[in-house]
Every structure is written in C-alpha cells, then in structure tokens.
Ligand binder design. Structure first.
Ligand SMILES: [Zn+2]
Length: 230
C-alpha cells in the first residue's frame, strides 16, 4: 500500500514488486504463508552490497514478530510493534491501523492471535479469516480484501468458503461497511474454488471480484469521481 506498507510477506517473492520503499511490514499472523521472514535476509544482503538499508518497523501479533527476530542482524535499524485486537497505532509508514480480531487459530499462541486490519479507515484487510466488525465507528470502506480460501468446501475450517464469504459481505452491507462504491476483492483463493470464469460469475453476483495476483487496485474515494490515486 503506497509502497511503504507491506501486509504479510508470504507472496512477496512471487509478486515481483520492489520493496525498497517499504517502511512497515504488518503481519496478520504467524502461519508461514503470511509471515515469511526470508525478505529480512534479502534486506541484509542489500545492506551488505549497497549500504542503503533504512529503518524498518515490523508490526503484528506477538507470535509473528517472534518468527522474524532471528532473521534480523544485530544493529539492524528494526523496531518491533506488537499488536493485539482492539489496539490502534500510527505506523512508521504513516498509516493509521486498527487491529481487529480474526476467527483463525485462536487456540494456538504460536500463530497469533490472528488479526484483521482497518487501514486508514479506507481498507479492510480481512484474510485468515473474518469476524464481525466492532459495533461502533467503523467506516464505509473503499476496499475490502476478504478471505475466500475454501471455495466450495463445506463448513468452517478457520477460513471462509463461498457461502461464508457471501454471509460476511451481507453483514458488512447491513453494517454499512460496504456500499456500492466499495471494491470487494476475494483473496487467499484455495484450489477448492471453481475455475476462473465460474468463480468470477459467482463473485460478480455478490458485487466482488478476484483479480489476478499483482493487480494494482486503483482508488476511488467515496463520494468523489474515480481516479487513479494509488
Ligand atoms: Zn493462516
């Protein structure tokens, strides 16, 4: 986000996007497909070759921070910001973040407690997995990135399937966290989802999309004309 905030590192290797401007890494939980510490090693390599590595904040649940500590060299200008559900912080990247409880591996202290994030009251990052929003003062979001890992699988496995995805969207609409201008994006898509065109059709009926990895989402501030701000 703005190239200064990276939420989870699990896809950083495949995304092919530059990370040199990242000021804060914000983790949702400590599962390795989300809290991959290897980019911190690349950072050491960049420092050794170019000597240009700047300060970095690592924020998130305590378990995710623990995963990373051994990958940071002594003297590296890294700061640690542990977060729990209900806390709000201004991150070093400049973004205002509110941590929200997730329904995901809450029984395992080595994973989280897993968190969802409200970022600048514009974006709701809600993967692995979902929970009702707090009852008061949430905004209508410009972007909602929502876990749909389980696709057509029945039941709840610490992830949304398509039925749970639809229910969460409906609930967010009732709570006015979503309106017709909100971009609802299905993320964390597992192989139990139907093939692309079929999935696109199902999601379209919910007002959601599933763009390819690496797609740049452009901002359309609520109540303002569409632009390409970020
Ligand atoms: Zn997970």
């Amino acid at each position: 986000m703005d190239r200064t905030l990276l939420i989870d590192t699990g896809s950083a290797r495949r995304a092919g996007v530059p990370l040199d401007m990242v000021r804060t890494v914000l983790f949702t939980h400590a599962h390795p497909d989300h809290a991959d510490p290897q980019p911190l090693l690349w950072r050491q390599a960049a420092q050794a070759r170019q000597g240009v590595v700047g300060p970095l904040e690592i924020a998130g649940p305590p378990a995710a921070l623990e995963v990373c500590r051994d990958w940071v060299a002594p003297g590296d200008p890294v700061t640690w910001t542990p977060l729990l559900a209900g806390q709000e912080r201004r991150l070093a990247s400049g973004h205002q973040v509110r941590a929200l409880a997730a329904r995901h591996w809450s029984h395992d202290p080595h994973v989280g407690p897993a968190l969802l994030y409200d970022i600048d009251q514009r974006l709701l990052a809600a993967w692995d997995t979902g929970a009702p929003l707090p009852p008061a003062d949430h905004p209508t979001y410009e972007f909602i990135l929502l876990d749909c890992n389980d696709g057509l699988l029945p039941g709840f496995s610490e992830h949304h399937n398509l039925d749970a995805f639809a229910r969460t969207i409906s609930e967010l609409r009732v709570q006015q966290a979503i309106d017709d201008r909100t971009q609802i994006v299905a993320v964390s898509l597992g192989c139990a989802n139907p093939p692309g065109p079929e999935l696109d059709g199902i999601l379209a009926r919910m007002g959601a999309t599933a763009p390819f990895d690496g797609t740049l989402l452009t901002s359309s501030p609520l109540g303002k004309p569409k632009d390409t701000g970020e």
